[in-house]
Write a protein that binds this ligand. Structure first.
Ligand code: SF4
Length: 332
């Protein structure tokens, strides 16, 4: 599979900003292409210097504004993500979409149709990540021959219809009988399953396969409910406030702190840029019972699910504050 890095779009942005030094930021999966992209850009933009950010880049919530200042760049080119739902960078930044050259084969369509039969689905909700948003409409036409198809509007206009982020699943229709999601890996598809609690099949362009991930969704949901139950009567909480530019959510921290305190819980707040088990272990004490992470809500479900104390998402903490466990809230 090849990718279109829209170098014309990069050229236009560099010229428009009159930039002489540009910081290029790639998601980790696209970093192996970065030096070749620099070769191509240098040919077309002599006199402009390009610096590749080697730091992890997890999403458009994580724009390298401090790095750009430190290396005296005039512009950030951020590849592979659209602007974040809840934050736009203060540093001059251009978001460059990277389209994957992927088409749905007849085998993949037939495989999807067999899952529609398996689940007796009368309706499906189609979603994808930005890279594969170009296949959504074709997929919709094909599946509409058999079922009702929903392709939801995203949270903000710069995102495509049906496009989701790991923490923004607004484009997924929770009332559909079956989710069809297009992206590589488990991260986004799992999010779709957790947000809906519905059977979920994934079209994986990397594997050129359709996979039913519903058993994994239900396994993770059970783990998440167990964590919520464990934290239900926790007395002493730590709220983690994010320090990455788009992950700092002071209003959410305030809301959760007030909510927990109104239930007579003691709350401490810690800040963290890159949250790991070690960060929590450094502050942990025997009387701390539970944690809630407001930076990236996927850290509790994907990275810290096996931490020795419950680490909750904001949605899970809300379930406890509201004392309503019947509907699993994900992620906020
Ligand atoms: S899921 Fe996490 S890393 Fe991805 S956009 Fe949301 S906050 Fe950022």
């Amino acid at each position: 599979m090849s990718f279109d890095f829209d170098l014309d779009g990069v050229l236009e942005s560099v010229k428009k900003h009159g930039a002489k030094r540009v910081l290029l930021q790639f998601p980790d999966g696209l970093k192996p292409f970065s030096t070749e992209i620099v070769n191509k850009l240098e040919e077309r933009l002599p006199g402009v210097e390009f610096v590749i950010s080697g730091e992890h880049s997890y999403g458009s919530c994580d724009i390298a504004e401090d790095e750009a200042e430190l290396v005296s760049a005039d512009l950030i080119i951020h590849f592979g993500h659209s602007p974040y739902t809840w934050y736009f960078p203060k540093f001059p930044t251009t978001f460059i979409e990277v389209k994957a050259d992927f088409k749905m084969s007849e085998d993949l369509i037939n495989s999807l149709l067999s899952y529609i039969d398996k689940y007796s689905a009368k309706s499906v909700s189609i979603s994808s990540t930005l890279q594969y948003a170009n296949v959504i409409q074709e997929l919709r036409r094909r599946l509409e021959e058999k079922v009702k198809v929903y392709v939801g509007k995203p949270s903000i206009p710069v995102m495509k219809d049906g496009q989701i982020l790991g923490c923004d699943l607004k484009a997924v229709n929770i009332n559909a009988d079956l989710n069809v999601h297009v992206s590589g890996g488990m991260f986004h598809a799992l999010g779709v399953g957790l947000a809906t609690g519905k059977p979920t099949v994934k079209v994986d362009p990397d594997l050129n396969k359709v996979q039913d991930i519903s058993p994994e969704v239900y396994r993770v949901l059970k783990i998440r409910y167990a964590k919520v139950m464990e934290a239900m009567y926790a007395s002493n909480w730590i709220i983690v406030q994010g320090l990455k530019v788009g992950q700092n959510r002071p209003y959410m921290v305030k809301y959760l702190k007030r909510g927990l305190e109104s239930k007579n819980r003691k709350v401490y707040i810690i800040t963290s840029k890159l949250l790991t088990k070690d960060v929590l272990r450094n502050v942990d004490r025997s009387y701390i019972d539970a944690y809630v992470v407001t930076s990236c809500p996927r850290i509790p479900t994907d990275d810290l699910y096996d931490f020795e104390k419950p680490v909750l998402t904001p949605g899970e903490a809300k379930m406890i504050i509201n004392e309503k466990l019947d509907t699993y809230i994900f992620p906020w």
